[in-house]
Every structure is written in structure tokens, then in C-alpha cells.
Design a protein around this ligand. Structure first.
Ligand code: NAI
Length: 401
């Protein structure tokens, strides 16, 4: 088995592979063009990429040995997920590995805003010495409103409580409150009660434009807004208006409706006009610890699929957790079209060969099905060919211990 890791993936990925089984690893420290990638993918079963390597249908066509792609990042839109599914290539990512980094930055931002640090830091660079306690506050005893109590929101809740903040939150799903955090019935209730409001929801049709002029007006006079989630959640012009009017005292914004595509492009925003705004270039989750966690997370998922057939948290094909293969058994892994009769045909084929099925799992999703079948005893040499030739099979593998 061979893995190709491009774009300087964190060495924790190697740690995950080494724990799982024998694997040859080739590393490239930069993104490579589709032409070169197609050459290099010959004989490669596992591919690790980050966000700059595009995996098109053409690339997948040129990679018949490829079993799975690990996106060592959050997003997966650099991969043609449908084409990968049609070829039986599983795609994994590491969606939550950087959430602690965001939660820490959000808490730090709340502290900075309540002390007026962005404005004071900007002033001192201009040679102005604003040595004053006026308007500077501790976060202890203040109210933090969290909108979206998922991975980041709930971790932030615990960190903020540890700093003596009173936490109020709203989520569309019922969530277990951490510590003394209080669930609220609506976003409006959170906006009205909080000294600092922070957003931790995904970008969806329901959340786009979540905070506009009306919502900002419902926030307390002198309160702060933090958006380190997605750029389209907040109407930036409305936020600039609310700050100009003195209603919102400051903001920390890490994500923007329009972000530069690269370091060569200039950043523009109406928020540049304000001293009391902490602006960061979409780095909420960008830490070395997060990179290591991503390396381990995506590495474990790739290795588990390669050596055990486990596909938990796959993004394009059905999830299955068949567990560790028992000694003396073989595991037939088959990705197939989700159509009536596939499993019975597979079982009939096994039974016709005199094979006993020790355990079997199936899951389907949309047009695709995924089954693992653990077989006892010696497996005939032509089993795999027979399953591959069977109507509905997209791809099959045999794992042994
Ligand atoms: P998550 O999926 O764990 O949590 C999101 C929560 O929002 C869920 O509990 C969901 O039920 C809730 N939610 C969805 N729609 C809602 C609505 N209309 N009102 C209230 N709650 C709603 O996501 P996670 O990992 O906590 O990430 C949160 C956000 O942070 C995402 O937008 C993500 O893209 C962003 N993010 C930003 C990073 C950065 O670098 N700045 C890095 C990582 C994540």
C-alpha cells in the first residue's frame, strides 16, 4: 500500500499510518498541477491533500489504484465528490480538529474588545498615549451570548465560564448546556441580554445575513460583536453603521463577505475605518496545534479505511464501522450501486463458494451502498473477480489479517 501526501501535510499523519499498518509514504511539500498529479498517482492507494490541490474527474480517471482521499483541512470542495463516489473512492476530512483554536481566539477577542485594546493599540502606533481606565472592563461577571452551540460554541462556553463570564446561548437544536450556561429561546433574547455576542453557526440559507441592522439595534448599546464563523452571516455595512452611530462599541471580525484569494490581493472593507475593530485574515482555526490535530484526524480516517474498511465520517459514500478484523477471517469490502438484490447476490456468491459469513454490515446513502462481509476459512482465489463482475459492484477489495 502506498500513500502520496502533498501540500506539506503535518507529520502526525505518518503517526496515524504507522499505528495502523505497513504503508510506503511519499511526501511533496507543495501543491501539484493535475498533469503531474495524474502521473504520480499510478500505484498510489491513499492520497492526502490540503485545500490547493484540485481533484477533478480527469484526475480520478487517471488513478485506478486510488482507494481514498484525505482532505487534511476542513473543506472538501476542491474534490469532485460525485466523481469520487462513482469510482468508489472514499473522501475524508477533518472538520472539527481546529475548533479549539477558534474558541481560544474568540475568548481572547472578547477580552481585547472589553478592554478597548484594538483602539488603544492603533492609537499608540500613531504616537498617542491613552492611559485611561475609562470604558475598559474585565470580562468577569459580563454576559457572553453565543449563537450556535456546536463544537466551537460549546468549547467557548466552558472557557468563558472559567473566566467568570455568564454564558447565554441559542441553537436551533436542543443542546446540553455546559456548566451554568443558559439556553435561550431565540436569537433575539441572546442579542438583548449580552455584553458580547459571538456567532458560531455554519453558513446556510437560514443563517446568511443573520445579523443585519435590525439585529444590531436589538443588541445592548455599548455591546460588542464577534464573527469568527463565516463572512456572509453579518451585514458589514449595517455593522459599520451601528458602530458609527455609537450603538455597537466594537467588533472582532475574522471572516468577510469578500476575502482576498491570495496574499497578492489587497483587503478592502468598510471596517478599516474603525479603530475599535479587531480584524484578522480568516485565521481563527490556523494554529500549529490545529494542523497537528488535522494530520492525526484525517490520517486515522484514511488508515482505518485502508486497513479495516471503516468509513466513519466519510463525506461522499456511506459510513460504516465494521471494527477490527478478527484473526483468521477475510473481509470483503464492496462499494456498489444502491439497488434491490445486491446483498442477496453477494451472499449467494459467498455461499456457492462454501464460505461462511461470520459478520456483515451494510449502509446505503443516495445512489450508493457500502457493505463489509467477514468470511471464515480459506477464500477462493477468484472470489474478488466474481464480486467485481457482479451486477451493481463499483469496486471490491479483500482485506486479510
Ligand atoms: P458545528 O456544526 O459543530 O456547530 C454549529 C452549530 O450551529 C450547531 O450546533 C447547529 O445546530 C447550530 N446552528 C445551525 N444553524 C443555526 C441557526 N440558524 N441558529 C442557531 N444555531 C444554529 O460547527 P463548528 O465546528 O462549531 O463551527 C462553527 C462555525 O465556525 C462554522 O461556520 C465554521 O465554518 C466556522 N469556523 C471558522 C474557522 C475560522 O478559521 N475562522 C475555523 C473553523 C470553523
Amino acid at each position: 500500500m502506498k500513500a502520496l501526501l502533498v501540500e506539506n501535510i503535518h507529520p502526525e499523519a505518518d503517526t496515524a499510518f504507522a499505528r495502523a499498518g505497513a504503508l510506503e509514504i511519499e511526501r511533496i511539500d507543495h501543491a501539484i498541477e493535475p498533469g503531474e498529479l495524474m502521473q504520480r498517482l499510478k500505484g498510489v492507494q491513499l492520497l492526502g491533500i490540503r485545500s490547493r490541490t484540485r481533484i477533478t474527474r480527469e484526475v480520478l480517471d487517471a488513478a485506478p489504484d486510488l482507494l481514498a482521499i484525505g482532505c487534511f483541512c476542513i473543506g472538501t470542495n476542491q474534490v469532485d465528490l460525485d466523481a469520487a463516489a462513482e469510482k468508489g473512492v472514499f473522501v475524508f476530512n477533518a472538520p472539527f480538529a481546529n475548533t479549539r483554536s477558534v474558541a481560544e481566539l474568540t475568548l481572547a477577542s472578547a477580552v481585547m474588545l472589553m478592554r478597548g485594546i484594538p483602539a488603544k493599540s492603533n492609537a499608540i502606533r500613531r504616537g498617542e498615549w491613552h492611559k485611561s481606565a475609562k470604558g475598559a472592563h474585565e470580562v468577569r461577571g459580563k454576559k457572553l451570548g453565543i449563537i450556535g452551540y456546536g463544537n466551537i460554541g460549546s468549547q467557548l462556553s466552558a472557557l468563558a465560564s472559567g473566566h467568570g463570564m455568564h454564558v447565554y446561548f441559542y441553537d436551533v437544536e436542543p443542546k446540553l448546556a455546559h456548566g451554568n450556561a443558559r439556553p435561550m429561546n431565540s436569537i433575539e433574547e441572546v442579542l438583548e441580554i449580552s455584553d458580547v455576542v459571538t456567532l458560531h453557526v455554519p453558513s446556510t440559507p437560514q443563517t446568511r445575513g443573520l445579523i443585519g441592522a435590525g439585529q444590531l439595534q436589538r443588541m445592548k448599546k455599548g455591546s460588542f460583536l464577534i464573527n469568527q464563523a463565516r463572512g456572509d452571516l453579518v451585514d458589514i455595512d449595517a455593522l459599520a453603521g451601528a458602530m458609527r452611530a455609537g450603538h455597537i462599541a466594537g467588533a472582532a471580525i475574522d471572516v468577510f463577505p469578500k476575502e482576498p484569494a491570495s496574499a497578492d490581493e489587497a483587503f478592502e472593507s468598510p471596517l478599516l475605518a474603525f479603530d475599535n475593530v479587531l480584524l484578522t485574515p480568516h485565521i481563527g482555526g490556523s494554529t500549529e496545534e490545529a494542523q497537528a490535530a488535522i494530520g492525526l484526524d484525517a490520517g486515522i480516517k484514511l488508515a482505518r479505511y485502508a486497513f479495516e474498511g471503516g468509513s466513519a465520517k466519510a463525506v461522499n459514500l456511506p459510513e460504516l464501522e465494521p471494527g477490527t478484523l478478527a484473526e483468521g477471517r477475510s473481509r470483503l469490502v464492496s462499494i456498489h450501486r444502491n439497488q434491490p438484490g445486491y446483498l442477496s447476490r453477494l451472499n449467494e456468491a459467498a455461499s456457492a463458494m462454501g464460505l461462511n459469513i461470520a459478520s456483515q454490515y451494510l449502509n446505503t446513502s443516495g445512489a450508493f451502498g457500502y457493505a463489509t462481509t467477514d468470511l471464515e476459512g480459506a477464500v477462493p482465489a477468484d472470489l474478488l473477480q466474481r464480486i467485481e463482475a457482479m451486477d451493481g459492484t463499483i469496486r471490491a477489495r479483500l482485506l486479510t489479517r
